[in-house]
Design a protein around this ligand. Structure first.
Ligand code: SF4
Length: 381
């Protein structure tokens, strides 16, 4: 059934059933206000809603929780975050991935602080760095109870199944948004948005959805067909290309590791890394990317990391350096006890761990005994 063929009454019934379920089963999340509090007129802090939504882009709730707690403890208001040093924010973000989000987070916090608060309409929210249509509608609905149609990955799946949307790609997205616009109620739109997210996260899961427990079972076309997992229909995938590179882990006698900063713009912009070659479709030449003359040796295995648009295969080389080896221009020796606090993306943690096991973990290893050579590395995938 197409959106135009469904009646307003049917759409309202679906929202009512969903909200009744949400009143009993809402997930408790640190950035949320529960349905009972909302009914009493309490709205969540837009700063916490915005921060959580930015963190949740491409990342799961389980992974975000501890980062969210760290951020609100360190910067309890948007003004405090706006006044933070860029490096401190990037460091606190390290490990969450998609680092352009952190750079946009800082820029947006400064714009909001300068304007005296968050705008309360989706259109104005999209003017802030890093806030696209989805995030703007989520903040407007959740923090300000605006009747915005919110469609994240979970909601997309629920609606594709609910209406057995047979299209894929951009056409499916258009139909899903049209359905969500039709379903979104003017009463309790913030709760409705979160209820849809919760159904997708806990009941209408990608594999083996719990249709028997679902409050939308009687409305659901995919369940009626007996094949909910057939939706959303996937577009044909294009192969992910592989890029190759070399990474050089220089370890000083006292355990310090040579690092440099990536350019501020682009992939992993502004994050720390060990020196290395460019990443390209060709294998790099023997000395490409070497930061300084040292007796480099290969670590066994390759470090493999999968980014959204490509797969990266890195050959890791390591060498011990004397205490008098200077850091090249733009690089620095990061002391053994400081490595964990550096803004290292996951791929660089893998590289360092391959050459120097334990260096990025909670308890740093001791200094390298003079003349000791590290054993072979590991292959990280
Ligand atoms: S009935 Fe099943 S497929 Fe349909 S929305 Fe509920 S959990 Fe998803």
């Amino acid at each position: 059934m197409k959106p135009a063929e469904r009646t307003e009454g049917e759409a309202a019934d679906i929202a009512t059933r969903l909200l009744a379920w949400y009143d009993r089963h809402a997930r408790r999340l640190p950035w949320r206000v529960g349905p009972a509090e909302r009914a009493a007129g309490v709205l969540p802090d837009p700063y916490r809603v915005w921060l959580s939504e930015v963190m949740l882009q491409q990342t799961t709730v389980a992974a975000v929780r501890s980062y969210f707690d760290t951020f609100v403890r360190q910067w309890p208001t948007v003004e405090k975050l706006a006044a933070a040093a860029d490096d401190d924010v990037m460091r606190a973000w390290a490990g969450l991935g998609y680092y352009s989000r952190a750079r946009n987070l800082i820029a947006a916090a400064r714009a909001v602080a300068a304007a005296g608060g968050f705008p309360d309409q989706a259109v104005a929210l999209t003017k802030l760095p890093g806030i696209g249509r989805y995030t703007a509608s989520a903040i407007a609905a959740i923090a300000f109870d605006r009747p915005e149609a919110v469609v994240d990955g979970n909601v997309e799946r629920v609606i594709a199944r609910l209406f057995a949307i047979a299209e894929s790609g951009a056409e499916a997205k258009r139909l899903i948004l049209a359905e969500q616009e039709r379903l979104t109620p003017h009463e309790r739109p913030g709760d409705y948005a979160q209820a849809m997210m919760d159904i997708g996260a806990t009941i209408c899961t990608p594999k083996r959805p719990a249709c028997a427990l679902c409050p939308l079972n009687d409305d659901c076309e995919a369940a009626a067909e007996g094949r909910p997992e057939a939706y959303p229909v996937k577009a044909a995938r294009t192969a992910r290309p592989t890029r190759y590179g070399r990474a050089f882990v220089a370890v000083r006698e006292d355990g310090a590791i040579l690092l440099r900063r990536r350019p501020p713009k682009g992939l992993l912009g502004g994050m720390a890394e060990v020196p290395g070659s460019a990443w390209s479709g060709e294998h790099p030449g023997d000395d490409e990317g070497s930061p300084t003359k040292l007796p480099w040796r290969r670590v066994a295995g390759k470090v493999v990391h999968v980014f959204t648009h490509f797969r990266l295969e890195l050959e890791v080389l390591t060498a011990e350096a004397g205490a008098d080896v200077p850091a090249p221009d733009g690089a620095w020796w990061s002391a053994a006890e400081d490595i964990r606090g550096e803004a290292l993306p996951s791929v660089m943690k893998k590289v360092i761990e391959a050459a120097r096991p334990g260096a990025t973990l909670a308890k740093p290893p001791g200094p390298v005994p003079s003349g000791r050579r590290h054993g072979g590395g590991r292959s990280a995938a």
